[in-house]
Structure formats: structure tokens, C-alpha cells
Design a protein around this ligand. Structure first.
Ligand SMILES: *Cc1c(COP(=O)(O)O)cnc(C)c1O
Length: 360
């Protein structure tokens, strides 16, 4: 059942839309002109709308991968004298703590229990006098999805700046900057947006903007410069022009296709279909609070997860996502983001039955 183009189920890059891929097959235009500014302003407006950002919110678009948005958020939004708490449940949470260490910000790591999604935020009470909270709304390494309403309410009540990495939730799981009291939301191009990697975005509410460091120790990532240039639809340095044009096409596509709710319910349907149809296989859902965007599975019959991932590429031309570290032999992941359809997912399910030698 080998096809030439591999079917890709990794949580970034994800399966892209042919019509959006085609947009990039063109000469890159010059960008310091009104035409490109208009497109940038259009992108900003559509992004703000998609996450229900409060009035006066702004978008910073960086030419970088998602981690840059995480690092830039810490540099720009946390003063060296302030204290932050980082919610850590996996590799991306560790990364936030590491960023704080590199930039010498006082950071306490809060490590919730494996089954805890912070619906009960009382575990955060020891940090209520801190200045900011860092959280990966969905910790992609283990597919652990936090209750962002509850976390947001805690931050709102105790006046912490709520900095949320929503990179592997945007367009697939509920993200609402107003009802979830998110002050700074970080996203990137290669997850739910289903674009190539290379764009990272920080969406800042007026509250976050009022807390920007006036002179952060960075040139390229100084948010103040992005905001002042952004007023006229420009960036301080050459942006990933072709990705920004693809972003515009993708945002317009979303708008025509029914917006955020359609995108979320489409992903939820694919995730649910997958999870329901693998129940007679020696696989178990790894986490108790899974998002729609990705499924983490552990193998229950002793076969190696890393072997399964490499066998799937060889035998079925399908790219699944391995886990690292302690989980490498036990856990692998399947993404449902972007243009992955029920039909693609059915092909994967059929191949899993074949692999385990079980009749469907
Ligand atoms: C993918 C991802 C990132 C970004 O990683 P990059 O490799 O820098 O793009 C950050 N946080 C989460 C939760 C992610 O899933």
C-alpha cells in the first residue's frame, strides 16, 4: 500500500492544503510597499478575530520557529527583577524554565500531577504573588491539555501576567483570549495553521503591552519595534514574505470554511474517529486530558514504539511521531492537525491493524 508522497501524521509539520502550497509557488514579491502592508494588516485583523483578542490587542510576527516566540515573550514581558512560575508537564514546559534560566529570570517550576489539568487551580496558590505565569496550554510531548479557563481565572484574580503557549492548540482546540484571560498568546505556523515552519506569532493584549520592557536585552526580538512597525503593516526586518502570503491565504480559507468552530469540530471529529477505532489494538491513550490536536499512545504488548515509528515509514509510507527520552520505547504520537482527513486516518487505522496482525 505504498504511495509516493508519505502521509504525514507528525505534530509539526502537518499535512498541508494543496491550494495553500500552490500559493508559495511564485516569485517572492518586494514587501516595503502598501500592497504588502495591507496584507499584513489583514492578517493581524484575522488572527485577532480568531482568538477573540480584546480591543487594542496587537500581533507580533517573527520570522522564526515557535520557540523564538516563547523566548521573546520571556525577554519582553518579564523584568529581570520579577518572578515567574512555569507550569511544567513535559519537554515544552521544561523549555520555558530553561529560557528563564538562560535569561536569568527568577522562575519556579510547578509540576502538576500526571492526571491534573489545573481545573482546580489551588496548586498554583503558592505563586499567587508572582508577576507572570508561563504555560503550554497543550504540552505536545505527552498530549496533556490544561484547563485554560481555570488557569486564566487564577492569573486574573491574583494579577499574574498569563503567558500561554497555544502553539499546538490554535485552530484545533478552544483558545479564547478574552474568556480564558490570556494576556500573551504564542502560536506558530507549522501546527494547526498547516503552513511550513518559519513564522512565530505573539498576540498581545493591552495589558501585556503595558507590561512590555522598554529596553529588553535583544535587538531582533524587541517587541516594541515590531509593534511600532506593525502599526503600518510592516516588520523591522525582512519577514518570511512568502509564508506571510500563505498565511493570508490560509486565514481567508478558514474564514470561508466556517471559521474557528468548524476547524475545531473537524479536528475533534478526526481525533474521535481515530481514538474510537483503535480500541481493539494493543494501544492505550497515554494521557487523561487529551486535546483534539494530537493523540499520544502507549503500546501495551511490549513492542517498541520507536521501532513502530520507523516500521511505519518503511512499510506503509506513513510518518508518525516518535517520543524522546524515557518514553521513546513506549510512546508515539499521531497528529490530527491541518489537512489530515478521516480517510487518511482510516488508512492509518488499517495499517495499525495490519502491523499488529489483528483483523479489523
Ligand atoms: C511545536 C511546539 C513549539 C515550537 O517548537 P519549534 O520547534 O520551536 O517550532 C512550542 N511549544 C509547543 C507546545 C509545541 O507543540
Amino acid at each position: 500500500m505504498k504511495t509516493s508522497n508519505p502521509l504525514i501524521f507528525t505534530p509539526g509539520p502537518v499535512k498541508e492544503f494543496p491550494e495553500i502550497i500552490n500559493v508559495a509557488a511564485a516569485q517572492t514579491p518586494y514587501f516595503r510597499n502598501q500592497k504588502f502592508s495591507d496584507l499584513m494588516l489583514d492578517n493581524q485583523a484575522m488572527l485577532l478575530d480568531l482568538v477573540n483578542a480584546p480591543d487594542g490587542s496587537k500581533v507580533v510576527i517573527l520570522t522564526a520557529s515557535g520557540t523564538a516566540a516563547m523566548e521573546a515573550a520571556v525577554i519582553n514581558l518579564v523584568a529581570p527583577t520579577q518572578k515567574v512560575v512555569s507550569v511544567v508537564s513535559g519537554g515544552f514546559g521544561e523549555r520555558f524554565s530553561q529560557i528563564c534560566n538562560v535569561h536569568q529570570r527568577h522562575c519556579d517550576s510547578h509540576r502538576p500531577d500526571f492526571n491534573e489539568d489545573l481545573s482546580d487551580s489551588s496548586g498554583l496558590l503558592p505563586y499567587k504573588a508572582h508577576d507572570a505565569l508561563l504555560i503550554n496550554g497543550h504540552e505536545t510531548t505527552i498530549c496533556h491539555h490544561f484547563n485554560l479557563e481555570s488557569v486564566g481565572k487564577f492569573c486574573h484574580q491574583h494579577d499574574l501576567l498569563n503567558i500561554v503557549d497555544g502553539i499546538s492548540m490554535f485552530l484545533t482546540d478552544q483558545l479564547d483570549m478574552t474568556s480564558q484571560y490570556i494576556d500573551a498568546l504564542l502560536i506558530s505556523s507549522q501546527k494547526g495553521l498547516a503552513l511550513p515552519p518559519g513564522l512565530a506569532m505573539a498576540i498581545l493584549t493591552p495589558r501585556a503591552i503595558s507590561r512590555l520592557q522598554p529596553n529588553p536585552a535583544t535587538l531582533y526580538f524587541n517587541f516594541n519595534d515590531y509593534l511600532s512597525n506593525g502599526e503600518r503593516g510592516q516588520t523591522p526586518y525582512t519577514p518570511a514574505v512568502s509564508l506571510i502570503i500563505q498565511l493570508n491565504a490560509r486565514l481567508l480559507q478558514l474564514k470561508t470554511d466556517g471559521g474557528l468552530s468548524t476547524s475545531i469540530s473537524k479536528t475533534a471529529a478526526v481525533a474521535q474517529y481515530f481514538r474510537e477505532h483503535i480500541q481493539s489494538l494493543p494501544l492505550a491513550l497515554y494521557s487523561t486530558h487529551m486535546p483534539n490536536s494530537v493523540t499520544a499512545l502507549s503500546i501495551t504488548n511490549g513492542l517498541s514504539a520507536s521501532q513502530l515509528v520507523s516500521d511505519f515509514e518503511q512499510r506503509y509510507n506513513m510518518i508518525l511521531c516518535p517520543n524522546g527520552g524515557d518514553l521513546a520505547e513506549r510512546v508515539f504520537r499521531v497528529s490530527h492537525m491541518g489537512n489530515v482527513t478521516i480517510e487518511d486516518t482510516q488508512q492509518l487505522i488499517t495499517s495499525l491493524y495490519d502491523y499488529f496482525g489483528i483483523t479489523q
